[in-house]
Each structure stands twice: as structure tokens, then as C-alpha cells.
Design a protein around this ligand. Structure first.
Ligand code: PEP
Ligand code: MG
Length: 636
């Protein structure tokens, strides 16, 4: 793979820096042993043109996208074509016919909505994440932004329904584009997908029936809506690739729940791949290979067999406890964003939820949720998971997760702005509403309350005052609740590390959020690609900070968990264990591999390696030490 990678990098540079003509690129490609890596971001020329040239010379084409779900599949491409839906003509509607045109639109909405309802009805409960998304779409059919605006546009502009709908969708796209948050940005996809369903009825386009595909293929689509993916028959569809979609898109969420390999965000998959092309989809690294050479096919067949064997082996042993060879139990918890993920918590045999990022419930709405709505969601989660413990983190919006209905003032440095608990302590009515919902849910299960972004003792005191206010309100309202639950804080800013001893005297547990701790300690914007190479969990400063937090917690007899991405990366497990962590929280898909690592570790050895690592001054020294000691364990 390294060999291929170095050739790809050369080609990317050629494309990006020199913007050579297509024929020249093809020549470079031939020189590079018929391997081309096309990164459309970097290409300044029409890449589809290059692909045609490469194809005519039978050159293997590699395109890089975003990992949707891991795994490898090899098969024939099947293009999901939506002919006609994108070609919309504009024409005028004379005043006497406006009402009729509006009715035609309403009719199309009704038909699309009825069809959508039928799809939801036909799904079984195993696809609960699908159902949830489809239900969100159901609401969108009559959403003001789409439904009313289209009717208004037909009326005001005196245009045909197709054109009016297209105009409204384009406006929505433009509006969302200005929002930085990738999650929110991807919500525009929901609007586009619902509009597409309506459009099909308006223009009478042929619907693509994914459920009717009767051969073993890999789907290649511009985008796959939740309604499309719900029709995927796992016996027939080996995997899928799409032009659109990012890590936080619904397609991404579903790709993981379907557990078939997928690569998203390829931008030009539908124009680069042709029906029946042989395709390799490597969901683990996020690449696809069109018309692979025999040699590549052979390599990937082998890779696929090894991967499948490895996953089967991990799954077979995943019921075993995460206990080291010397008998130390490590608690493995899951990080979740949605209640629907409870299924994967159970499937991956997590000990509970170590981090429930509640802001996603707020991002999905167009207003702040009510106490009742929040209570119902939290209770739903507990009903599914009790007696497993669930740590609910209070709202951590702003920074990179902006709630657009908030109309917050623009901040020069949002990451250093009114984020997390700072926002909650300013808008206490929103904070108290959430605390009340959490305390009410706490009488139905095993809940811990976690506060993000704490940077000083005053904030802890203020949080407690607000909890006390929530309790008073609940008592007045005669509601059943439980306020006898552990209160914890995230350790994710440097001041929290420095003040860890004082903080430990004021709370019941710490949860180390390394994602932000790295960002704030090393002064690296989590989203900035330019400095991404410096964003390293094994930076000695981070390791020493974790040690300091562990010592402070131990001295004061409180528990510590770690819930940043660092905890889900197998490479980091020996050092985290060596530093004394007994609880790790991660995305639930990482649990089987982390469990396997733990079952092969000896805690006495990890302690020794940790004390050596604490004396090292560079990332490379630390990585080398870990590599030397645990290389064989980390290999699949
Ligand atoms: C963290 O900062 O490590 C963390 C888990 O929180 P988030 O990723 O939600 O900021
Ligand atoms: Mg954080």
C-alpha cells in the first residue's frame, strides 16, 4: 500500500500544482505504473476528461473519498440513475391557471408522501435508525421552508411547480452553505432528497427501485436518500459509493448501521464509473478503484479475505470481558449522538454509554426542544439500556456545532467563544430545561450528569446553583425525579488540567475529552487541515496532562474516564491503561478491536511502559517505544 500511496502523492502534486493538460496527466499516469489517484479538491482541470483518457488506455483509476463504513468489496458497478430529475425547464403560468398549478404541486407532494409512508411501514424494527430519519423526512414534506415557499414561488413568480421547487431548494442549499458546521450543512441533503421525491412525481420520472435489483452489484449513486438505502437488500448489494455525503451525513450514519463497505463524497463517482465496470470499494481507507489490474484485484481479494476473517474473529470473541492477562477489568463504554444508536451499544457489547452528546437533538430541530421532548428522548434511551449506566452530557453547542435558529452573534474565534457550559450559564432557561429533563429521566435508570468545557471553579459552582434551581422547579411542579446522581465535568481545556485537584474536590468524576484537550493545549484548530499533522494524541504534553489529571483524581478518590477519539484508537490503549485509566469511552464500532487489545495486555507491563513514556520528549520517541513493544498486537 505504501508504494501505491507514494505514487498517488506524486500524481496529486502534478495535478494540483501544475494543472497539466489531461493528456499529460495520462502520460504521467502511465509512467506511474498505471496507477492514478485523483483528488478532485486539488485538481484544477476537468477531471472527468482525464478519466476518459485513462479509461481509453485501460489505466486503473483510484479515486479518494470519505470513509462511509469499513470493509472491502469487489464487484460490478450498478449506476443508480435518476434520469430527468435534474433537467428542469422553466415556463410561465398564466394567472387563471396558477391555482391549478399549485394543486398539481400539492398532488405530487401527497403522492410522494404516501409512498414515503408505505416505505416506513414496510421496514422492520432492526432498521430503527432508518425509520427515524425517514420520519424526519415525513415532516419535511410539509415543512414551511419547502412546501409553503414553493407554493409562494409558484404564486409570486407565476412559474411552473418544478421550477419553483428547484428555486426553493437552490436557495436552501445556498443558505446552508454559509454555515460552517458540517453536520448542519449535511442537513440540507434531507431537503434535497425530499424535494427529489416530489420532483419525480411532478415530472413523471422513472423511479429507481433499488429493491428490484436482482444481481450482486455495487451501487454507484449521486446520492442515496434514507428512503433509497432502506431498500438495500444486503443479499444483493455488496456495497455502495456516492458523489455526495460526508462523515456526518445521514447516508454516513446508515452506511455504518448496514455494515456494508461504502465510500462517500467521491464527487464524480457517477460520471467516472460506468455500468458493469469492475470496482473495488475500500471503505476502510475511503478509496475506490475502477477497472483494477489483475495484480490489484488479487491483492484486494486477499485483503478482503483477511479483513472478513478478522472481523468474524473479533465478533466471535466480543462477548468476553475486557480483562487483561493479569486479571484487570477495563470498562468499555460507547459514545453516542442519537438515541437510535442504543442498538449498536448492545450489539457491540458496550458496558454502557460513556458520552451521550445531546446537542444533536437540538441540531435536528428548528427550535430549542421542550423539557417533555428531552425527557422522552432520555427515557427512551434508558428503557433500551437500563441497567447499563448512561452519562448524559449537557448541551455543548457553539464552537463548531452551531444551532442556526439561535442567531448567535458572529464570533472571531468560535472555539474560544460562547461554547458549551458558557452558553448554558448565559441562557440558564435552556440549561435548566435540560437539567430538569435529565433529573426526571434519572428516576428510570442509571444516569450520570456530565458538564462540558469547564474552565474554572466558578463555573462548577454556577452549574450546581442551576441544578438546585431545577430541583426547586421540579418539586413545585410535583414531578418525579432523582437528583442523587453523580456530577462530572469534562477535562478538555488546559486550565482544567492545572486546576484538576481543586476541581476534583467539587465533582464526582472526570471525563477527559482529548479531542478538545489536544485542540486547546497544542493550539490546533480541530478543523484546520493545514495544522492537522500537529494534532497528535501521543504528544508528550497530552500524555503528561492525562497523568496529572489521573493523580489529582486518585488523591481525591474520584473516577476518571476518557471519551475523546484517542480512547478508540488501539495504538493508544497500552499508554492509557499504563496511566491508570480503568474506563474508556469510544464509538461503539471500535469496542471489539479495543477489547481484543486489552485481553492481550498485562497491566504491570503497561505501567512500566507508561513511566518510560512520561520521560520522553517527542511524539516519535513515544510512538517508537509503543511500536517496538506492541507491534505484533496491533497487527490485524
Ligand atoms: C472531546 O472534546 O474529546 C469530546 C469528547 O467532546 P466533543 O468531541 O464532543 O467536543
Ligand atoms: Mg469536547
Amino acid at each position: 500500500m505504501e508504494k501505491i500511496l507514494s505514487q498517488k502523492v506524486t500524481i496529486i502534486n502534478e495535478l494540483g500544482i501544475h494543472a497539466r493538460p489531461a493528456a499529460m496527466i495520462a502520460k504521467i499516469a502511465s509512467n506511474a505504473q498505471k496507477l492514478v489517484w485523483i483528488e478532485y479538491d486539488h485538481a484544477m482541470i476537468d477531471a472527468s476528461n482525464i478519466i476518459d483518457i485513462l479509461r481509453s488506455q485501460s489505466i486503473e483509476i483510484i479515486i479518494k473519498g470519505i470513509t462511509g463504513s469499513p470493509g472491502i468489496c469487489i464487484g460490478k458497478a450498478y449506476i443508480v440513475d435518476r434520469e430527468g430529475v435534474n433537467i428542469i425547464k422553466k415556463y410561465c403560468i398564466l394567472s387563471p391557471s396558477i391555482k391549478q398549478e399549485i394543486n398539481r404541486f400539492k398532488n405530487a407532494v401527497k403522492k410522494a408522501k404516501d409512498e414515503h409512508a408505505l416505505i416506513i411501514k414496510s421496514l422492520n424494527n432492526d432498521l430503527s435508525s432508518h425509520i427515524n430519519i425517514l420520519e424526519t423526512h415525513m415532516v419535511l414534506f410539509k415543512d414551511k421552508m419547502l412546501y409553503k415557499k414553493t407554493i409562494d414561488t409558484i404564486y409570486n413568480d407565476k412559474v411552473n411547480a418544478e421550477w419553483a421547487l428547484k428555486k426553493v431548494v437552490d436557495q436552501a442549499k445556498f443558505m446552508f452553505q454559509k454555515i460552517d458546521d458540517p453536520y448542519l450543512k449535511s442537513r440540507v441533503t434531507d431537503i434535497v432528497q425530499v424535494a427529489e421525491q416530489i420532483m419525480r412525481y411532478l415530472i413523471g420520472a422513472q423511479d429507481v427501485k433499488i429493491s428490484d435489483i436482482n444481481k450482486r452489484v455495487i451501487l454507484v449513486a449521486h446520492d442515496l436518500s434514507p428512503a433509497d438505502t432502506s431498500q438495500i437488500n444486503l443479499k444483493r448489494i455488496k456495497g455502495f459509493v456516492t458523489d455526495l455525503g460526508g462523515k456526518d451525513s445521514h447516508t454516513g450514519i446508515i452506511a455504518k448501521s448496514l455494515k456494508i463497505p461504502s465510500v462517500l463524497g467521491l464527487e464524480k463517482a457517477t460520471t467516472s464509473v460506468k455500468n458493469d465496470d469492475i470496482l473495488i470499494v475500500d471503505g476502510t481507507t475511503g478509496v475506490i478503484i475502477i477497472n483494477p489490474s489483475e495484480n490489484t484485484l488479487f491483492k484486494y481479494e486477499e485483503k478482503r479475505t483477511n479483513y472478513d476473517k478478522y472481523i468474524a474473529l473479533l465478533a466471535r470473541n466480543n462477548h468476553l470481558p475486557a480483562v487483561t492477562v493479569d486479571g484487570k477489568k477495563i470498562t468499555l463504554m460507547a459514545n453516542i449522538e442519537l438515541v437510535e444508536e442504543a442498538v449498536s451499544v448492545i450489539d457491540n457489547v458496550a458496558d454502557g454509554v460513556g458520552l451521550f452528546r445531546t446537542e444533536f437533538l437540538y441540531l435536528d430541530l428548528k427550535r430549542f426542544p421542550t423539557e417533555e421532548e428531552l425527557f422522552n428522548k432520555y427515557k427512551e434511551l434508558l428503557d433500551l439500556l437500563t441497567p447499563k449506566p448512561v452519562t448524559i452530557r449537557t448541551l455543548d453547542i457553539n464552537g463548531d456545532k452551531v444551532v442556526f435558529y439561535l442567531n448567535s452573534k458572529e464570533e472571531t474565534n468560535p472555539a474560544l467563544g460562547l461554547r458549551g457550559v458558557r452558553f448554558c450559564l448565559k441562557r440558564t432557561e435552556i440549561f435548566i430545561t435540560q437539567i430538569k429533563a435529565i433529573l426526571r429521566a434519572a428516576s428510570f435508570g442509571n444516569i450520570k450528569l456530565l458538564i462540558p468545557m469547564i474552565s474554572c471553579v466558578e463555573e462548577i459552582n454556577d452549574v450546581k446553583k442551576n441544578i438546585a434551581k431545577a430541583v426547586i422547579e421540579l418539586r413545585k411542579e410535583n414531578k418525579i425525579f432523582n437528583d442523587n446522581i453523580p456530577l462530572g465535568i469534562m477535562i478538555e481545556v488546559p486550565s482544567a488540567v492545572i486546576m484538576a485537584e481543586e476541581f476534583a474536590q467539587n465533582v464526582d468524576f472526570f471525563s477527559i475529552g482529548t479531542n478538545d484537550l489536544i485542540q486547546y493545549s497544542l493550539a490546533i484548530d480541530r478543523k484546520n487541515r493545514q495544522v492537522a499533522h500537529l494534532y497528535q494524541a501521543l504528544n508528550p504534553a497530552i500524555i503528561r496532562m492525562i497523568k496529572k489529571v489521573m493523580d489529582a483524581a486518585k488523591k481525591n478518590g474520584i473516577d476518571v474516564t476518557i471519551c475523546g477519539e484517542m480512547a478508540g484508537d488501539p495504538v493508544n490503549i497500552p499508554i492509557l491503561m499504563g496511566l491508570g485509566l480503568k474506563e474508556l469511552s469510544m464509538n461503539s464500532g471500535s469496542i471489539p478491536i479495543v477489547k481484543k487489545i486489552i485481553r492481550n495486555l498485562d497491566s504491570r507491563e503497561t505501567e512500566k511502559i507508561a513511566s518510560k513514556i512520561l520521560k520522553k520528549n517527542t511524539v516519535s520517541e513515544i510512538s517508537n517505544l509503543l511500536q517496538k513493544k506492541y507491534k505484533s498486537l496491533m497487527q490485524a
